[in-house]
Write a protein of this length. Structure first.
Ligand code: SF4
Ligand code: SF4
Length: 65
């Protein structure tokens, strides 16, 4: 698991396959899948910038910016 940081996940909707791994792996339950099965930041205030979602995404759809 990554260290907290000031960065936040930005999800490339075109690259997301809707696998749900980031939703499962986020330690703070920040991410969800929308009705189109694309991940989005549902609870931004709970994100600590750890980067785990970005590291775990098999499609490299999440960048930390
Ligand atoms: S892990 Fe990547 S491909 Fe899978 S739902 Fe999350 S952003 Fe989409
Ligand atoms: S950076 Fe960490 S806390 Fe924020 S959404 Fe990704 S896994 Fe969750």
């Amino acid at each position: 698991m990554g260290e907290p940081s000031d960065k936040r996940p930005v999800i490339d909707e075109d690259e997301c396959t809707g696998c749900g791994l980031c939703v499962d792996e986020c330690p703070n339950d920040v991410l969800e899948l929308n009705d189109d099965d694309v991940a989005f930041v549902a609870r931004p205030d709970d994100c600590d910038g750890c980067g785990t979602c970005s590291e775990e995404c098999p499609s490299e759809a999440i960048s930390m910016e």
